[in-house]
Write a protein that binds this ligand. Sequence first.
Ligand SMILES: Cc1cc2nc3c(=O)[nH]c(=O)nc-3n(C[C@H](O)[C@H](O)[C@H](O)COP(=O)(O)OP(=O)(O)OC[C@H]3O[C@@H](n4cnc5c(N)ncnc54)[C@H](O)[C@@H]3O)c2cc1C
Ligand code: SF4
Length: 351
Amino acid sequence: MKNNILIIGGGPAGLEASAQLQRMGYNVILIEKSPRLGGHLAKWDRLFPDGVPADDVLGGLIKELNGVKYFTDTDIRAINRLEKSYNVRLTNGITVLSDAVLVASGFDLFDAVRKEEYGYGIYDRVITNADLEAWFKTGSDKRIDNPRKIGFVHCVGSRDEKSGCRSCSKVCCATAVKQAIEVKQAFPEAEVFCFYMDLRLFGRHYEDLYLKAQKEYGIRFIRGRVAEVSENIDGTLVVKAEDTVASKPLKATLDLLVLMSGMRPSASGKAVGDLLEMTVEEDGYFAVRSGIAAGQRSPLPGLFLAGAATGPKTLPETLADARAAAVEIDRYLTEIFPDARNYKQLVRERW
Ligand SMILES: Cc1cc2nc3c(=O)[nH]c(=O)nc-3n(C[C@H](O)[C@H](O)[C@H](O)COP(=O)(O)OP(=O)(O)OC[C@H]3O[C@@H](n4cnc5c(N)ncnc54)[C@H](O)[C@@H]3O)c2cc1C
Ligand code: SF4
């Protein structure tokens, strides 16, 4: 018997887990609610810390799918828990009997409109990190017109009780440093400022990127929270902040302001979680059985989690998590369906 595994979410976590489980000899069905695979990775241009093109990484992940059956534009309509499996009705009319389900529904980007004081959606020249990535990819955005003074605001919608998110999004300091270097490469004459609370550049090579930003590109890092943004009659922006190192208020006129929107729990992931009766924690991300020893197992039998569905993660962390989820699913299925062992052994010997 070949066990069926349903994977919900065709972002990096879902893609990586699908490829691993298919190789292990399972029958994998991957569903993605949007029209294309790739999740947020499909929206990014170059990746920190070393500038690798996101499309190359995504292309590699999709190539590895190798026989995985997948459906785009597909979500979950209904789920029925049976004794040892799940009967899942998809929005494309197909019903899948699945022995294990992996939820890899990822994250949503914080909606910067909610931070009214920064003026996103009000002032033309206030954009987000995602908008800037789109411009790096396509080169087209009327709002980016040879800016001479550019500011980046860290922690937008993260570490902020008012926005309902106390925690750090982990990826936006590194993204800000990467993007600051990239705008400086695009507009060498521009002055670039990063307004931060703390710099959380924890990963390998991240510190090098930060030093490069300062030494090679002259990017200025100002410790202070932006309090308010307003617009001059000519469309330039006035940014008021508190410089917490110099302990004095600061006012700057800028041509472009980039908001580093953080990661939030996925709303469509939550909808699936509700159907599956999964627990979410206070921060809105899915609960796992044990954060240390079983970070990919949900508290429910046969239900697994991978990637940003359980909290902010960088891409390498996401991929490692997906591989760990594949191992956990294999362990679980081997325990629950011991008869399947011989079949899998055969597949592995042939592989
Ligand atoms: C601005 C920004 C820049 C970043 N840049 C980098 C970088 O340079 N380097 C790096 O290491 N990391 C970077 N990251 C982090 C990286 O994007 C994440 O680690 C990665 O996208 C997480 O993958 P995921 O598959 O868990 O989630 P996602 O990428 O969010 O993918 C989840 C997928 O699941 C789908 N889905 C959700 N619900 C359902 C449903 N109900 N049914 C079907 N499908 C569903 C979604 O449509 C989506 O395609 C960045 C993050 C941000 C916010
Ligand atoms: S990674 Fe940096 S910008 Fe993002 S929430 Fe954490 S401290 Fe703020």
